[in-house]
Design a protein around this ligand. Sequence first.
Ligand code: MG
Length: 389
Amino acid sequence: MIKKFEDLIQEEDTKLADYAVRHGDHGGRIFEEGNHEYRLPFQRDKDRIIHCQAFRRLEYKTQVFIASIGDNYRNRLTHTLEVSAITRTVALSLGLNTYLAETIALAHDLGHAPFGHAGQDVLQELMLGKGGFEHNKQSLRIVQYLENRYASFPGLNLCRETLMGIMKHGGDYQDSNQLESRQIIGPSLESMITDVCDGIAYNNHDVEDGYESNLLGLKDLKKIQIFDQNYHLVQKKYPQASEKLLVRETIRSMLNAMVTDLVHEIDSRLVENRIVSRESLGEANQKSIRLVGFSESMQESVTELKKYLHEKLYKHPVVLELSNFGKEIIQVLFHYFSDREDELPASYLNRIEQDGKYRVICDYIAGMTDRYAEEIALDKDLIDPFHDI
Ligand code: MG
């Protein structure tokens, strides 16, 4: 027996808590489409993200390390998959809509420029006074406008509730009033948890990548309270294990501690604030009550870890050198195409009249993978072919 759309909606909704986004409450799509015979609206959104071009390009976009220095480090795709897995766990444990939460997680970095945060920073500078650049807005632009794979609409035509989640907080998204009216309810819990799970993912995997690449040493890592505590726990449990294995187990243990703290803290805040429906969630949002976050002590630990990573890893000379190289590539490409827009690929050139030259150049560069950006810069003779990175 094939389960029909109505059966699936009913079945899925029985699993959801009262404050979750129901499957029927997807808000519709900007371009009207009928329901699928046997797939739920958010399930379709998730599939559309996985099938889109921007999603595939994440594989060759930097998280912290440039892919060329090793195959063992996270890239933006594996980071995204980790965020999605953690988000699903948190959503499931709280009775939230896992399809929606996972969809938002899978889409959350689609708009990221090549070369990690360095890329975003430099693109922001270059677009100052020209409409700006911000990766969350760019993600929205991709799913609403830039993706070109469906004959009857631009973008992916996702549900309004999904767009709300990708949009995060406000922003000048190009859209209908209906989306704005949904903003009054404020962000769903599904979208709020994704934000925190993003942090849980990178704070832990960056420790691992930092250690495995020898940029962070054990002695130094042990100065961070949460690392040290968990290291002692696993060392006691596995006294024979190698240092490398102990570090990996420590990261596993820290991740579990953060997720566990988060679900318990959210649960108690929901009870404390009597959040029993989407309406009461909307009221709490209006009053700016923070429902999603760590306990006070875990927040302190996470802040300490974050600060450590900023100082010791993201500002490590090796990382900075790679970041600066990426920045340089973006700068030279931006200036090159600003002077010679006729050299843009036809699909971009065609949009200049409608979107303006700089926005189109920004879309083109933001959509590039690290290696493609480097390839174009080399091809146009804009960077030294003998650079040693
Ligand atoms: Mg992220």
